[in-house]
Structure formats: structure tokens, C-alpha cells
Design a protein around this ligand. Sequence first.
Ligand SMILES: Cc1cc2nc3c(=O)[nH]c(=O)nc-3n(C[C@H](O)[C@H](O)[C@H](O)COP(=O)(O)OP(=O)(O)OC[C@H]3O[C@@H](n4cnc5c(N)ncnc54)[C@H](O)[C@@H]3O)c2cc1C
Length: 303
Amino acid sequence: MYLTKDIYERLRDISPDLVIKEQEPMKNHTSFRIGGPCDLMVCPKSAAELKAVLCLLKDVGIVPCILGGGTNVLVSDEGIRGVVICMKDSLTELRLEDDLTIVCGSGVSMARLANFAADHGLTGLEFAQGIPGTVGGGMFMNAGAYGGELRNRAVRTHYINMDGSEGVLEGDAQGLGYRTSAFQKMNVIITEAVFTLEKGDPSQIRETMKDLAQKRRSKQPLDLPSAGSTFKRPEGHFAGALIERSGLKGFSVGGAMVSPKHAGFVVNTGDATAKDVKELIAAVQQRVLADSGILLEPEVQMI
Ligand SMILES: Cc1cc2nc3c(=O)[nH]c(=O)nc-3n(C[C@H](O)[C@H](O)[C@H](O)COP(=O)(O)OP(=O)(O)OC[C@H]3O[C@@H](n4cnc5c(N)ncnc54)[C@H](O)[C@@H]3O)c2cc1C
């Protein structure tokens, strides 16, 4: 292991309150409940702490792995050799910039952002309420559901480079497309996103949120650990429908199973390993390609 006690001590010197965990099981931080230990996990609570951590890691030549809510990742059974910076519950400021504009820290949950908008009678983020994870992860993935996507509302995103310097992307420069963003090619940490919404009828906004939550509960296997939709939607098709057509509902490898409720979800039935999930994904890809001629691309990020 190349991480020495010295790095731990130097991280500790940044602040006595900085949360640092050694050999932290990643399965405790992923919605799949899968993943071996990381050498060190650091949970900065402020931009100043985050910058200090990044400067130290740059100094010792370590590129950290960034984690939000862990709801769209599959971490290997061997875990992560290096440092994980956990942004969940970090940078949680949420405020109005003006009547129609929300400034949101990247550690805020998507649900809290959607509720904040609803509380202020602002429409346009109702779809975000049921999407798990943080706004940072949401911007990285351009999260979306039921016809809505963050790209329709995100006007500006602030980030920190791995050397601690700051940057901002506005409008089209954010590169937001279907489950993609400019940030996926940048190796940066998203710190804040800014959304412009419209005035709406508060009761209608709440009604829409209630309807979407009900749709989600009725269609998705929310009782078992997963990372949501395993595959991206191929153009002109739905991944779940293609998988179902190949007769793969309920198909399993070890503890990983194609959900019998929604074929687009791979679920952990209890003791699934990352190896099980990867083998299941490969088998599904192979069968759907043979049956439909379409190669499904995983949406879940492999770490
Ligand atoms: C039950 C269930 C339902 C889901 N439904 C939907 C849905 O309807 N629509 C949808 O789009 N997704 C859905 N997802 C997937 C997931 O919730 C989203 O992709 C979410 O936006 C991921 O956010 P996160 O904070 O958990 O990111 P993580 O899973 O922690 O990370 C995802 C990627 O983003 C990067 N990242 C995270 N935070 C930052 C940051 N601050 N700066 C830079 N990079 C960062 C990570 O390095 C990683 O590559 C669902 C997942 C589950 C479990």
C-alpha cells in the first residue's frame, strides 16, 4: 500500500474536525451495497477543507476518486487503492439568488433541491425529487427522469480543479447531454450548480411530485439495492424492454439479478459481488446484441 501513515497525519493536520476513515468499506457508501474497502476516505465539510485536501494530494501525487451519494457506481470487490473524497453532505448551501434562480451546493441531495424549489413555488425540477444522490453527481451524469433533465435548468456550474484552483462553466459549455456532461472529461470536483426555474402553482407542483413518486414506486424495484437503470437508453429503444424481450427478467449471476419488476434494473439480492454484477451485465449485453442487434451501454460508472 503506497498510502503512508504520513499522508494520514498530514490530512489530519488540515483540521482536527476533518473526517478521515481508513480501510472504509465502500459498500457502506453505495446504493448497490457492493464494494471493497478504500485506503482512505476523506469527507471535507467546506470548500476551504476541500481545497486544502486537494493541494495536499497533488503534493504527494495522488489523484483522488470522487464520490457523491454512490447511487450510480459499481465499486470493485478489491476496493479502491488510494483516496476517496466523499462529497455527500459536503457543500450543502442552498439559497435563492433571485426570484427564479437557485444556487445549490454539490453535496445537497436531489430531493432537497426539488423540495426547496417547490417550497418557493418554482416549477421545473419536480422530476428531480425521486432521483437519489447528490446534485454534484446529478450534474456529472445530467440526471433526468420523466421527460425532465438537469440540462434544461442548469445555467452555471462551479468546480474545483485537482490543484485547488476554481473554474466555472456556463450554458452549453457544461456539455450536458443524455447522461453525459463536460465534467466527465475534466477530472474536477463540482462544487455548486445554479438553476433557473419558472413561477408555478405550488399545489400543482406538489401534485406533480406526488404523481411521479407514485409512478416510480409502482414501476421500480425500490426494495432491493441497485444503482437505478443499469444501461443507457439506446436511441429509439428502451433498455428494459429489450432485456425483457430477450427473456432475461429474473436472470441471475450469483447474488446479482435482472429485476423481475423492471428489467432495466440489476438488483443485489443480498450477497452480490461486483464480479457477479459485471458478469451479469456482460451476459445481458451479449444476449440482447444477439437477439436485437443492439449493444447496450452501461450507465452505471465502474470504479
Ligand atoms: C433506485 C434508483 C433510481 C434511480 N433513478 C434515476 C433516474 O430516474 N434518473 C437518473 O438520471 N438517475 C437515476 N439513478 C442513478 C443516480 O441516482 C443518478 O445518476 C445520480 O445523479 C447519481 O448521483 P450520486 O451523487 O449518487 O453520484 P455517484 O453515484 O456518487 O457518482 C456518479 C459519478 O459522478 C461523479 N461525481 C459525483 N459527485 C461529483 C462531484 N461533486 N464532482 C465531480 N464528480 C462527481 C462520480 O465520480 C461518479 O463518476 C437512480 C439510482 C437508483 C439507485
